[in-house]
Design a protein around this ligand. Sequence first.
Ligand code: ADP
Ligand code: ZN
Length: 432
Amino acid sequence: MIWNPNKECMSRDEMHSLQSKRLNKLVTYVYHNVPFYRNKMQEMDITPEDIQSIDDIVKLPFTTKQDLRDNYPYGLQAAPPSEIVRVHASSGTTGNPTIVGYTRKDLAVWSEVMARALTAYGITRDDTFSVSYGYGLFTGGLGAHYGVENLGATVIPTSTGNTEKHIRLIRDLKITGIACTPSYALYLAETLEKMGLSKNDISLKVGAFGAEPWTESMRKEIEDRLGLKGFNLYGLSEIMGPGVSYECSEQNGSHICEDHFYPEIINPETLEQLPVGEHGELVFTTLTKEGMPLLRYRTKDLCSLIPGTCACGRTAIRMGRIVGRSDDMLIIRGINVFPSQVESVILEMPEFEPQYMLIVDRINNLDTLQVQVEVRKDFFSDDIGRMLALKKRLSDKLKSVLSISAEVKLMEPNSIERSQGKSKHVIDKRIL
Ligand code: ADP
Ligand code: ZN
């Protein structure tokens, strides 16, 4: 089944002209409503008239997360405040979070693209679907929720937490579909088994997994233990939220809703657009967004685009799996963590050398973060009470900055290996 064949199966020529028309309209809109973009375009000596075709997109400026932070909170918003009906924020990294305002039309587009995704996974009005992404400022919960409602299936807004109760609901309400992070799916499987139940006691058939990178081997394990078929769901709050792209039954890349989100792959060093098929950084332009439209937003996600009509019948271009990031962002228990955040906390405390290492692992299907940091000679002592107090102070600070807890390991002076070249601050032991 295809939710919107008119858009998902458009001929490439039709798509090209729709994207061209929408890009021209978008550029005119931001030129007149967002001083940030007008100034950038004036500096580059371009006007909306210069952008007639989607191929002219290479003339336009890029947008970065830093630009969003610098213009916090509403600097890049194009619609007047009275048109904004909802606001989400992406999980806090250093400094300001990213604030995204949506108009009523933006929300309609969002639930449309989510309905496309759910239909591609095989969900219909007859299904009962549990949304187990976090509800709140994070886009996962509400984004998926309104997609399920739009489709007409029954939505169970379980959100995260209280896993045993969740499993009882999955069993008793005969829930057939679930959206959550792949690591939460593994945790669900484990809890199910701990409760003395198995996949034969539940009737899940579809899992929509995303918000963090995952692998084929995770897919296989989740599928085996929960007895469902797992599909990829990709998105990011700056562009919309979940639903930017989704896997179909062929599971050979995720179809991008490119009538709304125009993808490019660039070389993150030279910023040049790369030919379709090459690996690089994924960039999106929001062709139809009203609240906070973005030109050429650099996602920092590394992947490639897959052209050609898919055996499922969709013509929309696909993106391959995310194979890494062009920055050093880690996703730990669904929260974005930058090593620089840890560094800034450590630098603020005179007790520590600027020598640290983040050890990320996955134990019992839950991500763990250990921060090893060297104590300065003058502060290092055999007094255990003093050392424990120092450790607690650091872990409290880290918790408030990162929004997740980290295990702190105090290290003796000079014990962390110094690197010759680019210093390495992260060991990620999760097999991704
Ligand atoms: P947050 O509120 O945590 O900032 P975002 O929506 O901004 O949430 O997170 C988006 C990022 O999450 C993406 O840029 C990507 O790195 C990661 N992500 C989301 N979905 C997937 C997926 N299906 N596979 C891999 N990574 C994903
Ligand atoms: Zn397909």
